[in-house]
Design a protein around this ligand. Sequence first.
Ligand code: ZN
Length: 111
Amino acid sequence: MALRFKLRRVAETYIENIECPNCGWSSDDIEGFTTELTRVTFEGIVVVCRCAKCGEIFLPCNQRIGVISFKRLKEIILRDARIRGVAIYRNIRDVMSYVEFLNASRRGEIH
Ligand SMILES: [Zn+2]
């Protein structure tokens, strides 16, 4: 069963299965992982998983990011940033740096 993350008529991201790059735990279901850190970027929905076993935060490498309307996507992101003060992540690279930062703080490398 593929996992699907979507913003109706705007963007969709599919993942076949999730595997933790740290401890190797894998699943074709969301069980064992949390995805609350998933970010919507100008390039689509970038899924971020947290492994429930070891706490590692990572981007599943086999995610297929699809965008139906880049225009609408950008509007939603800018609106959320304006109204709710949500930080803007432009692309997958921005999300990756954010994930690296989270893992580093978690390991106590940042004080
Ligand atoms: Zn893990």
